[in-house]
Design a protein around this ligand. Structure first.
Ligand SMILES: [Zn+2]
Length: 130
């Protein structure tokens, strides 16, 4: 659970370090954790999982927005009105959720395939084993 929480709060799943994103663009994540040295792209194509999480969550939110629109406005509401409700959700949410989807996917991947010692900075291994 701690690993998932770290992923949801944009921290490193292994050590909980923050500051994994550049100041001027949440879309650019550091390649390695500044504290434990974990290389976030643990295998080729790793980031596809983050894209998948972002797509599924965003699509679910768009469906929820449309469903809420139908409940609040009634089923005889125009398609353009529903589009006005759903489009901002579908455009803005994936951009805002991108950093979280990356660290969350990293945490899920760490749970499925635990980190091995040789993936971490030797100095961090020495500190954490004491
Ligand atoms: Zn770390």
């Amino acid at each position: 659970m701690k690993v998932l929480w770290r992923g949801l709060t944009m921290a490193c799943g292994v050590c909980g370090a923050r500051g994994l994103f550049e100041k001027w663009g949440m879309l650019s994540m550091t390649q390695d954790c500044p504290r434990c040295g974990l290389h976030f792209e643990r295998m080729e194509g790793h980031s596809l999982g983050a894209v998948a999480i972002n797509t599924v969550v965003s699509a679910a939110l768009v469906l929820i927005a449309v469903a809420l629109g139908l409940v609040v406005l009634g089923t005889d509401v125009s398609t353009s009105s529903l589009l006005l409700i759903a489009a901002p959700v579908g455009v803005l949410f994936p951009i805002l959720f991108d950093p979280i989807s990356r660290t969350l996917w990293n945490a899920i991947e760490l749970l499925m395939r635990p980190v091995s010692d040789d993936e971490l900075d030797p100095r961090f291994r020495a500190c954490s084993s004491e």
